[in-house]
Design a protein around this ligand. Structure first.
Ligand code: ATP
Length: 214
């Protein structure tokens, strides 16, 4: 059997239990050998985060410590360029070989935004795409994705085969938590206890991250 590796990119500004719970559930459900959390150093589609990539990476490392299935991959911090997913997948493929099954995890919103990504039409040459969809959503993919979806999607995500090339959907109820909300709470000196792992909170406090400076 080929190895199965999941990839979850994100700004992780900061990482929270919504990311972690969702990642762990998918990794177990799809029997991944590992799921890599890959912090984006220079996200192409949003303003540069106020917290450095090094701090965001440190937070993700602390968050998954001791959880074998969840690994952290820092390759986007090693590049000077914007953090394009296609380049991350190219380098993963070069490192892991052609046989490994790679699954790129995308939330529905990210999936809908795919046509604005750098070299997006090449993504499926490197990985499968697993779209995390909410059970209560009834959304239609944008026009630009319809042909691709019709040609490449498989109804049962468990039946995705080969190293790359297919799209499927997983229905999952996400925890109602966002990094935006956590930043807001911290900026107004409210507690984020139980929304992030304790080790993440300890680092945030020790380094004075996200707090209002006055
Ligand atoms: P922000 O609020 O700053 O936009 P975020 O909480 O959405 O951040 P990102 O780092 O942008 O976090 O997300 C990385 C990935 O994690 C994305 O694919 C996103 O869909 C997913 N994600 C974010 N929040 C959750 C959640 N509560 N449950 C499951 N997945 C999530």
């Amino acid at each position: 059997m080929s190895r199965r590796i999941g990839v979850l990119g994100g700004t992780f500004n900061p990482v929270h239990i919504g990311h972690l719970r969702s990642a762990l559930e998918v990794a177990e459900e799809f029997a991944f050998d590992e799921l890599r959390l890959i912090p984006s150093a220079r996200p192409p589609h949003r303003d540069a985060p106020a917290v450095s990539a090094e701090d965001r990476l440190a937070l993700v490392r602390l968050a998954v410590e001791g959880i074998e299935l969840l690994q952290v991959d820092d390759r986007e911090l090693q590049r000077e360029r914007p953090s394009y997913s296609i380049e991350t997948l190219e380098s993963l493929r070069a490192e892991l070989g052609s046989e490994v099954q790679l699954f790129l995890l995308l939330g529905w919103d990210a999936y809908c935004g795919l046509p604005s990504w750098h070299r997006w039409q090449e993504l499926l040459d490197y990985c499968h795409i697993l779209v995390l969809q909410r059970p209560d959503a009834d959304s239609e993919a944008p026009e630009a994705l319809r042909d691709l979806q019709a040609a490449r999607s498989v109804a049962d995500p468990q039946s995705m085969s080969g190293p790359c090339g297919e799209i499927s959907f997983v229905w999952q109820t996400p925890l109602a938590i966002s990094a935006t909300r956590i930043r807001q709470l911290l900026a107004s000196n409210r507690s984020v206890r139980f929304l992030v792992p304790d080790a993440v909170l300890a680092y945030i406090n020790a380094h004075g991250l996200y707090r209002a400076t006055s």
